[in-house]
Design a protein around this ligand. Structure first.
Ligand code: NAP
Length: 279
């Protein structure tokens, strides 16, 4: 009897997981490219993580996305960690290799840059300093990516200054730590402004920064994508700045994993955005 090929399985692990848009996104791509495969959200707690990473490859999983609270912990459980995941200190994409090894990567930074390149093709990262608001996990990926594309200086401000100082010691002299309450005063010559804080998300207070000193040539982007047009982005648009919402980053960070698991590089386009927004 000929053996039927195994249907590839992938998914996202985290806890909680119900809010994740990844199943809608990967489900859309699987359908669009006619791929026989499944992408499944799995609520896996810290205590079960190690066992899950051993068990899932045995039942046909080719890889996983990883979200809160496992992004840091999986690094210690993976066999191979890319340099960028090690530098960021977190992984969002796992590949279960045929030789049994777990490969961990972080595609948040490349997704962040790909989104800006697509939505603001004239953006020149080397044109001036970047201002990064926040110093959490997402900020680490953003800072690594901005350094890679040649931003001359990164001014970083976080409510808890010590977290910004930690980024400064990990990423080096291009980072200048600024006071959270002084952000309005460090925008004069900024070419890029990024909100990596959770402020502005539905249910959280808005990010309030006086933008009157920000040049209209600056690109302003927000990692928050619920709502798509945060108050911060609206304020920047009123200032004449080009603005880019955070949904594209989510879509672009997902593409490399999909390609590795299912063998097709998926398009990130208006249809993809619409499919995820409609879900
Ligand atoms: P995190 O590690 O928990 O960091 C949260 C950040 O928000 C910290 O800088 C924190 O400052 C700041 N913050 C939270 N509440 C605040 C408040 N009331 N006032 C001032 N600052 C506050 O989270 P994360 O993983 O970096 O994610 C941050 C945001 O990015 C979330 O909204 C997440 O959904 C979004 N994100 C989007 C994408 C995408 O694909 N678009 C990818 C990753 C993350 P403290 O250090 O002072 O607490």
């Amino acid at each position: 009897m000929t053996e039927l090929p195994r249907i590839p399985l992938a998914g996202v692990i985290g806890s909680p997981i119900a809010h994740s848009r990844s199943p809608a996104l990967h489900g859309y791509w699987l359908k669009r490219y006619g791929i026989k495969g499944h992408y499944i959200p799995m609520d896996i707690g810290q205590a079960d993580l190690k066992e899950a990473l051993q068990f899932l490859p045995r039942v046909g999983f080719v890889g996983l996305n990883v979200t809160i609270p496992h992004k840091e912990t999986v690094l210690a459980l993976a066999d191979i960690v890319t340099d960028r995941a090690a530098l960021i200190g977190a992984a969002n994409t796992l590949i279960f290799r045929k030789d049994g090894k777990v490969f961990a990567d972080n595609t948040d930074g490349s997704g962040f840059i790909a989104n800006l390149r697509q939505e603001a093709p004239h953006w020149a990262p080397s044109a001036g300093p970047a201002v990064v608001l926040g110093a959490g996990g997402a900020a680490r990926a953003v800072v690594a990516a901005l350094i890679e594309v040649g931003v001359p200086e990164i001014r970083i401000a976080n409510r808890t200054r010590a977290r910004a100082e930690a980024l400064r010691s990990d990423f080096g002299a291009k980072l200048v730590v600024e006071e959270w309450v002084q952000v309005g005063n460090i925008l004069d010559d900024a070419a890029t402004v990024v909100n990596t804080t959770a402020l502005g998300m539905t249910g959280k207070p808005d990010l309030v920064v006086p933008l009157d000193r920000l040049p209209s040539s600056a690109l302003v982007t927000d990692l928050v994508y619920t709502p798509l047009q945060t108050t911060f982005l609206q304020q920047a648009a009123m200032q004449g700045c080009t603005t880019v919402d955070g949904l594209g980053m989510l879509l672009h960070q997902a593409a490399p994993g999909f390609e590795r698991w299912f063998g097709v590089r998926p398009e990130v386009d208006a249809e993809t955005r619409a499919a995820v927004l409609a879900a």
